[in-house]
Design a protein around this ligand. Structure first.
Ligand code: SF4
Length: 387
């Protein structure tokens, strides 16, 4: 088979051409061009997941569609299927480089759409640009930014009516135009490498900026814009959340009956042009659904590193999570589903055994240890402040 198989993540994310071995088979991530699946592509991906995988699809925090449970001996056939759908890059390096997240509310031909199209093409064609595996770009040029809480290393966003280029972690940026944005973004990526941002091939922009600050030309003040996505109607269509970021492939195919799909980094899909959607397995359509307050990683048995299952407990605890807060349930201290801090985190330390961390990451010091899943279910008030 082509591609590289690795049992664990070490600073890179799986792609279609670089699959990763997990507890339930190969994991493949499809980075749809501009984060969009046409109706035909969505139906095709659903069919491939059912034919070659376990029929479940995840959406990643960078808006990639993840297929799981794939058998190694069917990998080549899967790749052929993805190629026929127009969802493959020329090679694994180009696939990794074309890490462009486009704000999902774009309209045909607007700044976001035009810049992301050109940036994707430039990154695919770039030579001598060996960026770290997780290094990514956010194109977020709507009226107000919506991706500032989403991980990215180089951002193109609007502030006070002007387009700006910003190195992640910097409070200032550099004004750019629609025409200059792509060249400036690539120049900033090269600056990152020249400044030693990626020793041994790993590193993130915000760490470099914390050490030496942004380039001197980046002096324009930038605004902070917080955005919280909710399921429901938006100008471009309807947003549907996926329970813990996963849905059956059949649901993806059914959604495609209502329009083309845009992948978002919020564990939601935007169905273009749809005024409403029917209830479907794995979807959350009510903005008040308590499951939206919980994030849970794959856990056992799907992940080789998981010490416990996570999602059954997440479902059971969701109604008990205090209003306005967030619970992160992690199968191990790696914290894949929520790399930053969360108000409440349960980190598995054994099968159905968890530590409770307040206002921290999955790896932080717990305030309680050895909590069994049964004890948490029986006394969910353990999650409340001060308990
Ligand atoms: S956090 Fe979850 S998905 Fe990530 S490695 Fe640990 S168990 Fe696996």
């Amino acid at each position: 088979m082509s591609g590289t198989l690795e049992p664990k993540v070490y600073g890179w994310c799986p792609g279609a051409l670089r699959p990763m071995m997990s507890g339930d088979g190969l994991v493949v991530r499809v980075r749809a061009p501009l984060g969009k699946l046409t109706v035909n592509q969505a139906r095709g991906v659903a069919r491939l997941s059912q034919d070659f995988g376990n029929g479940l699809l995840d959406i990643s925090a960078r808006a990639s569609l993840q297929m799981r449970g794939l058998r190694e001996d069917r990998y080549e056939a899967l790749i052929e299927g993805l190629r026929d759908l127009g969802l493959l890059d020329p090679d694994a390096q180009a696939e990794a480089r074309r890490n462009v997240l486009l704000a999902p509310f774009w309209q045909d031909g607007d700044d976001s759409h035009a810049i992301a199209t050109d940036l994707s093409a430039a990154l695919t064609a770039a030579t001598g640009l060996s960026l770290p595996g997780k290094f990514g770009f956010a194109v977020d040029c709507g009226e107000a930014p919506v991706l500032q809480d989403t991980a990215a290393d180089i951002r193109i966003e609007r502030a006070g009516g002007t387009l700006n280029l910003r190195a992640d972690g910097a409070e200032t940026g550099k004004p750019v135009t629609r025409e200059s944005a792509v060249a400036e973004a690539l120049a900033l990526a090269r600056w990152f490498l020249q400044q030693g941002g990626a020793p041994e091939g790993r590193g993130r922009m915000h760490r470099l900026i914390a050490r030496r600050g942004p380039p001197t030309a980046h002096a324009a003040p930038m605004a902070n814009a917080r955005f919280t996505a909710k399921p429901g109607a938006v100008p471009a269509g309807t947003l549907a959340a996926m329970e813990f970021g996963q849905m059956p492939a059949a649901t993806l195919a059914r959604l495609a009956d209502h329009g083309a799909l845009r992948l978002t980094p919020w564990r939601m899909l935007l169905v273009e042009g749809a005024a409403s959607l029917p209830p479907l397995p794995g979807l959350i359509l009510d903005a008040a659904d308590p499951r939206l307050q919980v994030v849970a990683c794959t856990g056992a048995p799907g992940c080789l590193q998981a010490l416990s299952s996570t999602r059954a407990l997440a479902r059971q605890l969701a109604p008990h999570v205090p209003a306005g807060t967030k619970l992160h349930i992690s199968g191990c201290a790696k914290g894949c589903a929520c790399p930053g801090t969360a108000p409440l985190t349960l980190t598995a330390t054994g099968q159905d055994e968890f530590s409770l961390i307040r206002r921290g990451t999955a790896a932080d010091q717990p305030v309680k240890t050895r909590l069994s899943a049964a004890a948490l279910r029986a006394a969910p008030e353990l999650l409340k402040e001060g308990s």
